[in-house]
Design a protein around this ligand. Structure first.
Ligand code: TLP
Length: 348
């Protein structure tokens, strides 16, 4: 099977497993796991922040971030399709008592003009506008990369209004590789950043939350509260460290493979890329109802050994990653072309 459902489906490589096996371990709740400590130091340095916290998932990382930054009754501003609002089980409401005010981004990308006028005045009746969350690359935006100048304009605006700016950078690595803009340049615009090792980087588990030292100390406490204090977590941190060392630059291959699949979609009548351009490793496409539903189309691809993810009645996501070779991307492209019945062409 060629599994294009998500870049979370990768399995640790032999090199990664060897690194996990060799990891020096201790009890991380006592701050005594040398591998976790080393990973946290490296990630903080890479992102140009004072400190980092290793956590089990991107969801926990984002939600700890929101909880530390807010009080119940606060409000978060975000794009309507962002992961934090849609796919984290209502975390801001459940865990932090925070309401979300959503804005219609352009495939996930907000312009500062959309934020203007959205800060609520101080008034006993109103929620307190407290935090803005962005996502880069944007998952439901089709893997879109946030233009740095747009982030900078939003940052200037959040500073002006004394709001927190948090980044869900689950796939920030893809943006770094696609643009050549270093991690620290992106992170400099945010108070806090969450990054994942378990997406394109291919680690089995793990994310990191980075920010100022006092923020991370408070985040550590919330991680414990949520049951995310892990003991000999170095076995997982070793995988993340290996991924950082070996699997960042190769994301360019995933982006090239995504183009191979995108081309097949563009060439195939009845299928349409949404958005029309694929910039990183996520490919979203619409299935014309004449070809059936997204689920039916996905079932036809499955018969040919390709798994994709229906995300709406007529929408599908495909995703390239570490466990998809160029030859497999080409096979998936051929399967897509094959899954659409050829129209008979009148001859003569
Ligand atoms: N995304 C998963 C699903 O939850 C949709 C996927 O397959 O893409 N931020 C972003 C932008 C994400 O895409 C994800 C995972 C997360 C956060 C959450 O990470 P985990 O799964 O580690 O909690």
């Amino acid at each position: 099977m060629i599994d294009l459902r998500s870049d979370t489906v990768t399995r640790p490589t032999p090199g990664m497993k060897a690194a996990m096996q060799a990891a020096e371990l201790g009890d991380d709740v006592f701050h005594e796991d040398p591998t976790v400590n080393d990973l946290e130091a490296r990630v903080a340095e890479l992102l140009g922040k004072e400190a980092a916290l290793f956590v089990p998932s991107g969801t926990m990382s984002n939600q700890i971030g929101i909880k530390v930054h807010t009080q119940p009754g606060d409000e978060m501003l975000c794009d309507v399709n962002c992961h934090i609002y849609n796919y984290e089980s209502g975390g801001p409401a459940v865990l932090s008592g925070v309401t979300c005010r959503t804005l219609e981004g352009d495939f996930g990308i907000l312009d500062v003009s959309q934020l203007e006028g959205k800060v609520r005045p101080l008034n006993d009746h109103l929620v307190r506008t407290r935090i803005v969350c962005l996502e880069n690359t944007h998952n439901r935006g089709g893997g879109r990369i946030y233009p740095l100048e747009k982030i900078r304009a939003i940052r200037a605006w959040t500073k002006q209004h004394q709001l927190i700016l948090h980044l869900d950078g689950a796939r920030l690595w893809n943006a770094i590789v696609a643009t050549g803009i270093p991690a620290a340049t992106w992170a400099a615009e945010f108070d806090t950043v969450s990054v994942c090792f378990s997406k394109g980087l291919g680690a089995p588990v793990g994310s990191a939350l980075v920010g100022p030292r006092d923020f991370i100390a408070r985040a550590r406490r919330i991680r414990k509260l949520l049951g995310g204090g892990m003991r000999q977590a170095g076995v997982l941190a070793a995988a993340a460290r290996y991924a950082l060392q070996h699997h960042v630059d190769r994301l360019a291959e995933d982006h090239r493979n995504a183009q191979v699949i995108a081309e097949a979609i563009t060439d195939t009548p009845g299928l349409r890329l949404v958005p029309e351009q694929v910039h990183t490793n996520l490919i979203f496409f619409q299935v014309d109802p004449s070809l059936g539903t997204a689920a039916e189309f996905a079932a036809r691809l499955k018969e040919q050994g390709v798994l994709v993810l229906p995300t709406a009645p007529q929408m599908i996501r495909a995703c390239t990653h570490l466990d998809v070779s160029t030859a497999q991307a080409q096979r998936a492209a051929a399967a897509i072309r094959h899954a659409v019945p050829r129209r008979s062409v009148a001859v003569g």
